[in-house]
Design a protein around this ligand. Structure first.
Ligand SMILES: [Ca+2]
Ligand SMILES: [Ca+2]
Ligand SMILES: [Ca+2]
Ligand SMILES: [Ca+2]
Length: 276
């Protein structure tokens, strides 16, 4: 308001400091997905999550969220990984087992700017390694057979492997490492059967008894398809060659006694006998 005459003017500069207050939420910059090999060493970096915050001075801290029901389990996703609170780098913190964890682990991660939270799910693919040894599946000892021709199958065998994926889980039986070659036996049918390599006829001693040569032995191994492959030596398999007539039928018992009603008519079944 001008009152004086003439009017006079004076100017001054006022500095107004605009103080940044924390009024924006942090936001993750993308959806994060990465892969890690099972059995990766603790400390192995899996990936780094990043976030932005429109506030300039906020110090964002990262953390892994623990599901209430799996907090105590050392194999819970949250326990398998750790996160650097300042950088958001996710590292391996536990023993990752593809066979128990599955092929994908979901980890909930939070970013907090001191007032506001952002959350995201980080998807981590678990890559299978060939870390499970194969196991032998052999028939009970001893195998008794009258099949003695070259190529005749003596026993069906198989191998099992708990690895999650091929080729580490593809296991077959082979002759054991120490006996890659056997005079008597060959593994055939892609590792699923043991057969005679040559004819091994039943033999008798000069006294007419079964010769010790009728008892043969082979050592097998279960081998998987991993690179490198894992193998497990099986117990040795005993094979006994029998004379054809050693398989004559046998009754379950040496004598049987049965009560028959006195009004039984012709055709009444008294007893059914079993022979093996
Ligand atoms: Ca903020
Ligand atoms: Ca494993
Ligand atoms: Ca595995
Ligand atoms: Ca394996």
């Amino acid at each position: 308001m001008r009152q004086g005459s003439p009017s006079l003017t004076s100017t001054t500069t006022v500095d107004v400091a605009v103080v940044d207050i924390n009024d924006n939420h942090p936001r993750f910059t993308q959806l994060f997905r990465a892969a890690v090999h099972e059995n990766a060493a603790p400390g192995t970096v899996v990936l780094q999550v990043t976030s932005i915050d429109a506030d300039q001075t906020d110090d964002t801290r990262y953390s892994i969220l623990h599901a209430a029901d799996s907090d105590s389990s050392s194999s819970s996703p949250a326990a398998l990984f750790a996160i650097d609170p300042a950088t958001g780098a996710i590292t391996v913190a536990g023993q990752i087992d593809r066979e128990t964890a599955g092929d994908v682990v979901a980890v909930r991660v939070a970013a907090n700017d001191g007032a506001f939270n952002a959350e995201t799910t980080v998807t981590i693919d678990v890559v299978d390694e060939n870390d499970r040894p194969p196991a032998c599946r052999l028939p009970p000892d001893p195998i008794q057979t009258v099949q003695t021709a070259a190529g005749a199958v003596v026993a069906n065998v198989s191998a099992a492997d708990d690895d999650a994926t091929a080729p580490g889980r593809d296991a077959v039986v082979s002759l054991a490492a120490g006996g890659r070659w056997s005079r008597d036996f060959a593994v055939v049918d892609g590792g699923r059967a043991v057969a005679w390599r040559r004819a091994v006829p039943f033999q008798t001693t000069p006294g007419g008894r079964s010769s010790p040569l009728n008892a043969r032995r082979v050592t097998l191994a279960a081998v998987d398809g991993g690179r490198p492959a894992r193998s497990t030596e099986c117990r040795s398999l005993s094979v006994r060659v029998l004379a054809e007539n050693e398989f004559s039928p046998q009754f379950d018992r040496s004598s049987y006694s049965v009560a028959v009603p006195d009004n039984a008519t012709a055709g009444f079944t008294v007893i059914t006998l079993h022979a093996r």
